[in-house]
Design a protein around this ligand. Structure first.
Ligand code: UD1
Length: 423
């Protein structure tokens, strides 16, 4: 089992290059199942969720050739199975995209109930509602979801809740359906636009992605024969922006899309930081203790829930008392108990947490409770006095490429240590 040993405090300074977006990659990979051909995907993040997805695709008969560690050629012409291996799909959330993709391609899919970060209840009723609207019969039993249809037919789908996953799954299932599908109250996250752009590059006809009404005119076939580069990771870029602020540093964040980061930029300016926009990179700096703030997480373009723990670290050391309202996931404050071990004063109850700002954090042994909590605790270790030992870092490896190397290049003192498993 690996752990990270961090010695702080460090003011992070230098340049960092953002990788391809995890949440786009884990939707684009299953989307290749809809292609009757060979396509190339570039700028894939080198993370364990991507590796796992590629293994699952191989189990289904897809041929995958790695060109570099960030670039693959995918040949989905021959799929020989529509039952995704349960032991693999149960490990992460995005395995639910296999349902929409296999249903669209083969008219049948069997996928284990998705796993992933433990953020509280993670229902999939809107996914099921979308498949049923297109004519599928869906059954959830014995830990798996089975969907079957003779022919998918386009329809109107109104999402009761703005859901990233359900919006993408509805797109995947309707791309090859007969006729037109309309998704109302669709999610608008940058990776939804990226998945739509990928599919359109391969011959789909999807309009309106990035707005709350998406129209999909079904096509007969997706051809492949094209390359696609995954969009830069909004959440990774936001993580480094908040690390610059928390550490009172100065970081040039390259290969990002500043408009995807507007909601984070606005918060950083509010708490006293500085953000300069250079078109495809941004510089974030901070030279004082952050001001207090009120943060409420919301679907895009609101403040992202996936950057909530990271701004939690900033507010833990801010001047005055701050509040975070988490409106997406009910158990997203687990990191606060770990931060309190480092000297923070956070009281979390339900979907609200109060941060009584302290001047400094102190190193301590802490546990990554989920992916973004892990990134937040890593930042906390970098700014804390003394040694922090960060455990359960497999969560972080699921979603951040070379994270300790990137932070090391900004001056952080981090070492990955492999500990023998306890017997
Ligand atoms: C995706 C992201 C995750 C991020 C989340 C919110 C991926 C792989 N994961 O997760 O990192 O935290 O968006 O930005 O892209 N809901 C329902 N019924 C459903 C689906 C969702 O009630 O059928 C609720 C959820 O409980 C949650 C809210 O809708 O409260 C948003 O969930 P959703 O956008 O679907 O999150 P994911 O796609 O699972």
């Amino acid at each position: 089992m690996d752990k990270l040993v961090i010695h702080g405090p460090t003011k992070l300074k230098g340049e960092v290059t953002i990788s391809g977006a995890k949440n786009a990659a884990v939707a684009i990979l299953p989307a290749t199942l809809l292609i009757d051909g060979v396509c190339k995907i570039e700028n894939l993040p080198n993370i364990s969720d991507v590796k796992m997805y590629c293994k699952i695709l191989q189990e289904l008969g897809v041929k995958i050739k790695w060109i570099t560690e960030n670039e693959v050629e995918i040949d989905s012409r021959n799929i020989n199975c529509t039952q995704a291996p349960l032991d693999m799909t149960s490990k992460f959330r995005a395995s639910y995209y296999l349902l929409g993709a296999l249903l669209g391609r083969c008219g049948t899919a069997e996928v284990g109930l998705p796993g992933g970060c433990n953020l509280g209840a993670r229902p999939i009723d809107q996914h099921i509602k979308a498949f049923e609207a297109l004519g599928a019969k869906v059954e959830v039993a014995q830990g798996k979801i089975t969907a079957k249809v003779k022919k998918l037919v386009g329809n109107s789908i109104y999402m009761d809740i703005v859901s990233v996953g359900a919006t993408i799954n509805a797109i995947l299932a309707s791309v090859l359906a007969e006729g037109t599908t309309t998704i109302d109250n669709a999610a608008k996250e940058p990776h939804i636009v990226d998945v739509a752009n990928f599919l359109n590059t391969m011959g789909a006809d999807i309009r309106g992605a990035g707005t709350d009404v998406i129209k999909i005119n079904g096509v007969k076939k997706l051809h492949g024969k094209a390359s696609y580069s995954v969009v830069p990771d909004q959440i990774e870029a936001g993580t480094f922006m908040l690390a610059a602020v928390a550490s009172r540093g100065n970081i040039l964040i390259k290969n990002c899309i500043p408009e995807h980061l507007d909601c984070i930029t606005a918060k950083i300016l509010e708490i006293g930081g500085s953000v300069e926009d250079y078109g495809d990179s941004i510089r974030v700096s901070m030279n004082k203790r952050p001001n207090k703030a009120i943060v409420k997480t919301l679907p895009y373009p609101g403040y992202p829930t996936d950057l909530q723990p990271q701004i939690g670290v900033v507010l833990a050391i801010a001047e005055g008392t701050s509040t975070i309202h988490e409106s997406i996931w009910e158990s997203r404050f687990q990191y606060s108990f770990e931060l309190n071990k480092m000297g923070a004063k956070i009281t979390a109850q339900g979907k609200t947490a109060i941060f009584e700002g302290v001047k400094d954090l102190n190193g301590a042994p802490v546990y990554a409770t989920d992916l973004r909590a892990g990134a937040a605790l890593l930042i906390a270790g970098i700014i804390a006095d003394g040694e922090t030992q960060l455990y359960n870092i497999e969560h972080i490896d699921r979603g951040y490429e070379d994270i300790e190397e990137k932070f090391r290049s900004l001056g952080a003192n981090i070492e990955r240590v492999t500990e023998p498993d306890e017997k």
